[in-house]
Design a protein around this ligand. Structure first.
Ligand code: NAP
Length: 244
């Protein structure tokens, strides 16, 4: 059996780039998605072309029973998960006076409870083996504030606290837990930004460009590797110098 990675939200965007990079690194990967089966199948096809025994699984990460079904499916088809990348997330800009309770709750259900659900399903095997790697995908907006991002920022800051505490708790069991805080990365997530904001964000980035999904995938590949074997509990930015 080869190494197995589960990447949540890997049908598109950053998650897709991570899944493909891990396929290149020799992992069998599970491509998780919520709605876009077509994109998930496309990603799995690309991963198989790189030699991975890639599978797809539809599961809303906020739904605990669905996440449990996904882990059972992966166990049966690929083996136990050695590397979990908790990437699935939702974003959106909204003024604090306009955000509904339902929308606020949904941000937390997906971005925070989704990470909790997948981590809790992944660790029994890792604890048993006394090894494993967990990477959460936060955001630079979890490190600093931004107007109209209070709900998103709150969830991404929560992920950072979750990661740091988990790293302390799981280090004696040989499990490393780290967090990546991307800057502005050019994916579908930016589609709902008002006209011109993408260009402004690129200008505000000291390196003068938006990030690519592959920038984050390369970092995941490093953190997951033996080369990062002494790194745990860290929040690592890849943001072109946005948060310094
Ligand atoms: P994206 O292009 O919008 O893709 C989102 C991915 O997450 C898709 O695969 C989507 O699946 C999946 N997803 C959404 N809700 C889900 C749910 N409830 N259960 C399972 N999967 C779900 O987003 P992205 O830009 O790649 O972002 C990926 C992660 O990076 C997110 O956590 C985001 O907050 C974080 N991030 C992004 C940026 C950025 O600038 N893009 C910056 C910082 C951090 P479907 O295809 O099925 O809809």
């Amino acid at each position: 059996m080869g190494k197995v990675a589960l990447v949540t939200g890997s049908s598109r965007g950053i998650g897709r780039a991570i899944a493909l990079k891990l396929a290149e690194d020799g992992y069998d990967v599970c491509i998780n998605y919520e709605k876009r089966k077509d994109k998930a199948e496309e990603t799995a096809g690309l991963a198989r072309g790189l030699g991975s025994r890639a599978v797809t699984f539809q599961a809303d990460v906020s739904d605990r029973a669905a996440v449990e079904r996904m882990f059972a499916f992966v166990r049966e088809n690929l083996g136990e998960v050695d590397l979990l990348v908790s990437n699935a997330g939702i974003a959106g800009q909204v003024q604090i006076q306009d955000i509904t309770k339902e929308r606020w709750d949904r941000f937390f259900q997906v971005n925070v409870n989704g990470a909790f659900n997948t981590v809790q399903c992944a660790i029994p095997h890792m604890l048993h083996e006394k090894k494993g790697c967990i990477i959460t995908i936060s955001s630079m907006w979890g490190l600093r504030g931004a107007s109209c991002e209070s709900a998103y920022s709150a969830t991404k800051a929560a992920l950072i606290g979750f990661t740091r505490s988990l790293a302390n708790e799981l280090a004696p069991s040989g499990i490393r837990v780290n967090c990546i805080a991307p800057g502005v990365i050019d994916t579908d997530m930016l589609d709902e930004l008002p006209e011109g904001v993408k260009d402004t964000l690129a200008d505000e980035t000291p390196l003068g460009r938006l990030g690519k999904p592959e920038d984050i995938a390369d970092l995941v590949s490093f953190i997951a590797s033996e080369k990062a074997g002494f790194i745990t509990g860290q929040v690592i930015t890849s943001d072109g110098g946005f948060v310094v």
